[in-house]
Design a protein around this ligand. Structure first.
Ligand code: AMP
Length: 279
């Protein structure tokens, strides 16, 4: 595995494989790697000749300064994990490499960004699109892999690829969970042992909601989920939404969509966790 720090070096390294017709797969990450990330890397390596992973904590997608400051950074451990995976190139740029000057671009995501994460984290998805488009430009992958854990992000990236007319296939990969059901996340590293246990109630509530769908109306199910999670004193719901999985807009009756998704953001102490399930 080769570690690369600049766009120039990256493009030089990928030139020969690309010219000889090799396919390039790409997995963008912010590091603090866990099995969720590695599931993407494994799939990327299986489906492409060359697997490129990036590790970059992108400042423009953090609407909360403290979240950026406390975001876990474990580069040496990450590189050790990637060395044991099927990753061929890991791209680890500095902030100046990706933003030699401020990125002033403003994207229009056709209402995909006005709900859920977008509504609660102003500017977040614009920052995500800025960095992912720059990384796509640097790597020029054939296929790129994203987790369904960040369900709204996946929709935003697909929309961005369409808008920018990029010839990149976006592949969504299933959520990898801890044995207790908690969706794996870099932010889980900031949970205490007890918080980690209690946070499993988030996914348990989502699993139960899928069963209860048959007997409850949309609004009733939402209320039930909010109460179930907030009943645990360590957890505080920021939002629970039931949306159409394509438009991401809230639904009020089940017959509005054949792709209903329940999406949640919950604070566990100071740590903000998200999760979702197809109902
Ligand atoms: P991050 O480092 O949090 O920006 O995540 C990098 C990629 O890994 C994103 O596409 C995430 O959706 C994906 N990812 C994060 N956690 C998981 C998980 N538990 N299961 C599957 N994919 C994940």
């Amino acid at each position: 595995m080769k570690i690369i720090y600049t766009i120039f070096e990256l493009q030089k390294s990928l030139q020969i494989p690309r010219q000889s017709g090799k396919t390039i797969g790409f997995v963008p990450t912010m590091g603090a790697l866990h099995e969720g990330h590695i599931s993407l890397v494994t799939r990327c390596a299986e489906e492409n000749d060359i697997c490129v992973v990036s590790i970059f904590v992108n400042p423009t997608q953090f609407n909360n300064k403290n979240d950026l400051l406390t975001y876990p950074r474990t580069l040496d451990i990450d590189l050790g994990i990637l060395k044991k995976s099927k990753c061929d190139f890991v791209f680890v740029p500095e902030v100046n490499e990706m933003y030699p000057e401020p990125d002033m671009r403003k994207f229009d995501f056709e209402n995909l960004d006005i709900v859920m994460e977008g509504a609660h984290r102003p500017g977040h998805f614009n920052g995500v699109a800025q960095i992912v488009s720059k990384l796509f430009e640097a790597v020029k992958p054939d296929q790129a892999y994203f987790g369904e854990k960040d369900f709204q992000q996946l929709a935003i990236i697909r929309n961005m690829v369409k808008q920018l007319n990029l010839n990149i296939k976006i592949i969504g990969c299933p959520i990898v969970r801890e044995p207790n059901g908690l969706a794996m996340s870099s932010r889980n590293a900031r949970l205490s042992e007890e918080e980690r246990k209690k946070a499993s109630l988030i996914s348990q509530t989502l699993f139960k909601a899928k069963e209860l769908k048959k007997e409850k109306k949309v609004e009733e199910l939402k209320e039930w989920m909010i109460t179930a999670i907030n009943n645990e004193s360590m957890l505080k719901v920021e939002y629970v939404d039931i949306v159409d999985g394509n438009s991401l807009q809230s639904i009020s009756t089940w017959d509005e969509t054949d792709f209903p998704m329940a999406c949640v953001a919950v604070f566990c102490g100071e740590v903000r966790l998200i999760d979702n399930i197809s109902l």
